[in-house]
Write a protein that binds this ligand. Structure first.
Ligand SMILES: Nc1ncnc2c1ncn2[C@@H]1O[C@H](COP(=O)(O)OP(=O)(O)OP(=O)(O)O)[C@@H](O)[C@H]1O
Ligand SMILES: [Mn+2]
Length: 368
């Protein structure tokens, strides 16, 4: 299935579109208090690509080989961005039936023919160079680490990357960027309250909008998703304002997932383990994916085969998903034992009478 059309490309740096400033760009322009987020830097190099049919996509280039694990001494905020994590996260999100990640595919891009030769952006043209190994490379224009050492290179022209369908412009579909209540400290000093206070969720539950809407349950869904992919970098989440407080959370930016398959970062599950709440729909779906005939790693492996850059994940990463799924289910079991099903498993009033559609949805996905 061709999710993105790619007939001929024109390109621009993200800076060109006024209505679509990212956190990076806002930081560059001094337009936001970005102390909580990672500084805009050359290692975050990404491009907004424009297609000849006026479609747009966010392109993140390959920075790390699929079989490389993030070194144990790396902090999450200096970790690489992985194009394959973006792709795998899209598939996982769909398999979990969240559908909150914009469609993302892997592509080989010819950086010379499809970027350098077609862009009219002089800044972008100026950052291209040919490396000593005769590969065509480019780097980012930004305050930090924006030198040739941090460039990405074709081989000699082809570069792997992820392409995420671009969200509608902020003028058409305004979005809010909200700090995650379980945000991590982005410095070496100090801990956040959730890390030291086991009753933190009681505080969150009293604060708008977590006190009445399904927002907290959505945060818990997101934590489950992030725990499965091992993403510790969910500092903010975005929502379309048009859907109000109960709107869905967009699972944007999953590039720091799938860094370590040998470690399960339990702290990512804190919203679930501290609040002891989960949507019934999510739980039923997770239970289905723990069954031998719908095993999560098998469904993921199958789904990822559809991508042009397959294999997207190494086997250890796929198997880690099964192990982490068990941890999530055990966490829920522990909660039920402590607080009772009534308090832990949240039934959506709209779904109370609807038959469970998890299995039918998954069957549809698997049938392609
Ligand atoms: N598919 C998309 N469509 C539209 N906007 C997007 C898309 N993906 C990302 N963005 C915007 O760009 C911002 C930065 O993207 P992303 O978080 O993926 O990259 P990053 O390099 O990790 O940046 P940051 O350090 O700001 O988190 C997002 O917060 C979002 O506002
Ligand atoms: Mn980010």
């Amino acid at each position: 299935m061709a999710i993105l059309q790619e007939q001929g490309w024109t390109f621009s740096l993200p800076f060109s579109s006024f209505s679509d400033y990212s956190q990076d760009e806002k930081a560059l322009l001094g337009a936001c208090d970005c102390t909580q987020i990672v500084k805009p830097s050359g290692v975050h190099l990404k491009l907004v690509l424009r297609f000849s049919d006026f479609g747009k996509a966010m392109f993140k280039p390959m920075r790390q080989q699929r079989d490389e694990e993030t070194p144990a001494d790396f902090f999450y905020f200096i970790d690489f961005q992985r194009h394959n994590a973006e792709i795998a996260a899209f598939h996982l999100d769909r398999i979990l039936d969240f559908r909150r990640v914009p469609p993302t595919v892997g592509r080989l891009v010819n950086v010379t023919k499809e970027i350098l030769e077609v862009t009219k952006n002089e800044i972008l043209q100026s950052v291209f160079f040919v490396s000593p190994a005769s590969n065509v490379c480019f780097f980012a224009k930004c305050p930090y680490m924006c030198k040739t050492e941090y460039a990405v290179c074709g081989n000699p022209h082809l570069l792997e990357g992820s392409l995420s369908a671009f969200l509608p412009s902020l003028n058409l579909a305004p979005r809010l960027s909200v700090p995650n209540p379980w945000i991590r400290s982005y410095s070496l000093a100090g801990k956040e309250e959730w890390e030291v206070n086991p009753l933190y969720c009681d505080t969150v539950k009293q604060i708008y909008p977590y006190n009445s809407s399904s927002r907290l349950l959505n945060i818990i869904d997101m934590a489950i998703f992030d725990f499965l992919i091992g993403n510790m970098d969910r500092h903010h989440y975005e929502m379309f304002t048009k859907f109000g407080d109960d709107g869905f959370l967009i699972h944007l930016d999953n590039a720091r997932g799938f860094g370590r398959h040998s470690q399960d970062e339990l702290s990512i599950l804190s919203p679930l383990s501290q609040c002891c709440r989960i949507k019934k729909k999510t739980l039923l779906h997770l239970q289905l994916l723990a069954r031998a005939d719908y095993r999560l790693s098998d469904v993921m492996r199958e789904s990822l085969l559809e991508d042009q850059l397959s294999p997207i994940l190494t086997e250890p990463h796929l198997l880690a998903l099964d192990r982490r799924l068990q941890i999530i289910l055990q966490t829920v079991e522990g909660c039920v034992e402590a607080h009772g099903e009534q308090s832990v498993i949240a039934t959506d009033p709209a779904e109370q009478s609807a038959p469970d559609s998890s299995q039918a949805n998954l069957d549809k996905l698997r049938a392609g």
